[in-house]
Design a binder for this molecule. Structure first.
Ligand SMILES: Cc1ncc(COP(=O)(O)O)c(C=O)c1O
Length: 400
């Protein structure tokens, strides 16, 4: 993968300081453009939220604010506080995720969040008690674990036995109980099928399924309207550079057709996107500290491993890799190099799980060069084992 001139020149400047290089570089212009583009092409009623779990760094929140994202999808009080600090009014936050504590739900009610997404009957009762005690009514969406599974996705959130939402087949018994809770205002459904989906038709199938559920609810329960429907996130990123990028225009066209088909014009639809918005705004850059030949295969040891970039190991994929050559002086004769071969990249941690990439082709690299893993803006540092072995935290450098 080609690295932009601005990233490469920043790295060369950092390398000239002489300190071991191990950092994230962020340039959020692409994220801003994506939010603006999506907002532009989506059918009327679709609102684009940034799922900040993908990258909670202030630069990403600032990009979402500048691009006029409708708001932020949060999944903890910590995320809520960061979003508010970045300039998002609490009324622009939607709150998802299983296992919200009393303190978190109390904060949500006190700050009148746009919607709280109910994951179970227990949570509905807990929130209702808190809202009733505060003399308030809280808008909610009910999250459903649909009987639908996108097999090819990197991570699935519905289908089978899941910790997310209420099983679809229990809807007819659970919904009346939720509707009876006086301090909750039912606005509609949240069905999030899977993350990292590249096939538009798979995600549209999920939309169609939710529309069918909404219709059924409205037929079964007089006076109940699903005026807000949340499709979750899931727009994928082509980590394998297989030229199968997610096509947002095809999604927008397909969704528009479904909205017309179901007569749902005038309703509100949430997209809470993380990966697709943030991935190509970040690079994990780490110095090659050692190269050794182990029984015929080169082992490349970098300054940072899964403590700083866990995603490739967690999902068993290679991110696109580039090398910035620094032509450092060799320390001794016979020092290993890499020339035109497939190798293993790991970090400095004392575990075999510390993998950054495996069987990855490298044209040329030497000790002291910088390995750059692209598409690291989403689920990079934030989902890494940062405390393990107590290495220094990588700097997060913002270009723009
Ligand atoms: C509830 C919820 N919404 C949105 C997202 C963002 O998903 P993605 O990064 O696939 O867009 C996630 C990811 O786990 C999620 O759990």
């Amino acid at each position: 993968m080609q690295i932009s001139n601005s990233v490469e020149s920043k790295l060369r400047e950092l390398a000239s300081h002489g300190k071991t290089l191990n950092c994230y570089i962020y340039d959020t212009r692409e994220m801003r453009n994506k939010i603006i583009h999506l907002t532009d092409i989506m059918p009327a009623g679709v609102e684009v939220f940034y799922a900040m779990k993908a990258n909670p760094h202030a630069a990403f929140l600032a990009a979402a604010l500048e691009a006029d994202a409708k708001g932020i999808e949060i999944a903890s009080l910590g995320e809520a506080e960061k979003a508010v600090a970045a300039g998002f009014d609490a009324s622009r936050l939607i709150y998802t995720g299983p296992g919200k504590s009393v303190e978190e739900l109390t904060w949500a009610v006190e700050h009148s969040l746009r919607t709280v997404h109910i994951e179970s009957l227990t949570e509905a009762h807990r929130l209702n008690g808190i809202a009733a005690a505060a003399g308030k009514t809280q808008d909610i969406l009910l999250r459903i674990n649909a009987d639908f599974d996108i097999h090819e996705a990197q991570t699935t959130f519905s289908g089978g036995s899941k910790k997310f939402g209420v099983d679809e087949e229990k809807l007819s018994s659970v919904l009346p109980q939720i509707l009876a809770l006086g301090a909750l205002n039912f606005r509609g459904l949240h069905v999030y099928a899977a993350s990292g989906v590249l096939k538009v038709s798979d995600l549209l199938k999920n939309c169609e399924l939710v529309f069918g559920m909404a219709k059924q609810i409205e037929a079964d329960f007089e006076g109940v309207l699903c005026d807000t429907i949340d499709f979750g996130g899931g727009f994928g990123v082509d980590y394998l550079e297989s030229e199968h990028d997610f096509d947002p225009q095809a999604y927008a066209d397909g969704l528009k057709a479904l909205i017309e088909q179901y007569g749902f014009a005038g309703r509100t639809f949430f997209l809470e996107l993380g990966r697709y918005l943030a991935a190509d705004s970040g690079w994990f850059c780490t110095e090659i500290l050692d190269i050794k030949d182990s029984r015929g295969k080169k082992q490349v040891i970098c300054a940072g491993g899964i403590n700083h970039f866990r995603r490739p190991a967690a999902l068993a994929i290679n991110h696109p890799l580039a090398i910035v050559r620094l032509n450092r002086e060799k320390m001794f004769d016979g020092q290993e190099t890499i020339r035109d071969e497939s190798v293993y990249f790991g970090g400095p941690l004392c575990t075999g799980a510390d993998k950054l990439a495996n069987d990855v082709y490298v044209e040329a690299a030497d000790i002291g060069d910088i390995a750059i893993f692209s598409l690291a803006g989403a689920y990079g540092l934030t989902m890494s084992n940062i405390e393990f072995l107590s290495h220094e935290r990588p700097e997060e450098i913002v270009l723009s």
